[in-house]
Design a protein around this ligand. Sequence first.
Ligand SMILES: Nc1ncnc2c1ncn2[C@@H]1O[C@H](COP(=O)(O)OP(=O)(O)OP(=O)(O)O)[C@@H](O)[C@H]1O
Length: 460
Amino acid sequence: MGNRGVYKRSDKPIVIYSQPTNPQLLSVTMPETDDPSTGLFKKYLTNNRIFKDREVLRHSYRPQILPHRKPQIDEVASILAPSLRNETPSNILIYGKTGTGKTACVRYVGSELEKASSKMGTLCRIVHLNCEVIDTQYRVLAQIAKCLDVVDEMSSDKTRTHIPMTGWPTDQVYAELKNQLEAGGGVLVIVLDEIDKLVKKSGDDTLYNLTRINADLKSSKVSIIGISNDLSFKDFLDPRVLSSLSEEEIVFPPYNAPQLVDILAQRAEQAFVTGAIAEGVIPLCAALAAQEHGDARRALDLFRISGELADRDEESKQVTEGHVKQAQAKIETDSMIECIATLPTQSKLILYSMLILEQLGQNIFTSGEVSRIYQDIAPSIELDVLTHRRITDLISELNMLGVINTRVVSRGRYGRTKEMWFDANTGKIREVVLKDSRLNGLKDLDVSQMEAKWLKTWFR
Ligand SMILES: Nc1ncnc2c1ncn2[C@@H]1O[C@H](COP(=O)(O)OP(=O)(O)OP(=O)(O)O)[C@@H](O)[C@H]1O
């Protein structure tokens, strides 16, 4: 056994074994607190000068009050109301840009409908599916049946067949779903959120079957609400499917800055300690999000991240406009990094060529310089070497995605050339580019050695 360090805290001794005793290690290991279980985290747990309840700002939070969406809520409610009289409501197609409250409003109306129906003794049920995840006909049908199962869990019908999430022929799943709907009776509203993803992945068979299912049902009724922020999916639909899906259409317009101010102010009351938000913070978050496209999700993200930055900043008693600007920069970097991760390998290699130039001390590079580095390193990792023309196309794409900035400059008798530079933290870009397994071999590239070679060949 090695040396033993005994550190007495209240009346319980804590024993640390080290081999041999390292006083530095001891001083790091021992938290200066009365309660060793929360030691390191104590200051974060007791210090709530900023947030009262930050969960209120998260995407998963379901608000009960939705400012500036009364007309849309009323419209959805009026279309679904017949279900309370056991009549089939019209199908609805809801369209609007991202973050305009489509999902939040439909969920709200859905839960009010279920409450009203249980008060009135009728049977109205809502099944909400996210088609980004559930994107095949089989999974949609099986998931609807699964949700019905959960709703009916307390019912006396224990003999019901459970549809497995894979393995059956689709016809059998459809037939079993119909049996279950008939056995349950009442009205079922199926919400297909991000319906465009389902159609693009699996075509319109699911919608064709679901929009015709009422013809095969006697004692139950089905209605569909499709939600999308991309109307181009309509082009993929058979005209008959489209006309029955869009019996009613509702558009959710983007929020303007004053509307976003109201949305944030309403959340701020629940989320933040009184007085924790400096005066210009809410209008600034609202203005920045309205500049994008009136996206409430973006406004709420900015607001939450500003709060988190203020919370971590021990000097700060309030969330300030400075925190909002930092939050905006963080969101932009994070989304850019996400975008870089999904780029094709060739584009990542072009980015990596720019990073090499930066490592060599250049802040602005020309497309010629980028091309030369690219053409030199591409064969070393066994990638096909693209032509200069193709490389400049990919550079333009990187510019369009906001990963780099470019400008065209005139070089007198040498003609015009494109210059480019990075705005963002290149350390993070390097990290994400090198995560691509095909570029991993570049990690050990000795840039200074290559520089000598490049200087020799380029400037001969
Ligand atoms: N009027 C509103 N009042 C309060 N919060 C809102 C309002 N509108 C949207 N939100 C909030 O903004 C976020 C995004 O809303 P929601 O998910 O409903 O948008 P969406 O239009 O469905 O977006 P997407 O098309 O990207 O799915 C959610 O956290 C939601 O609670």
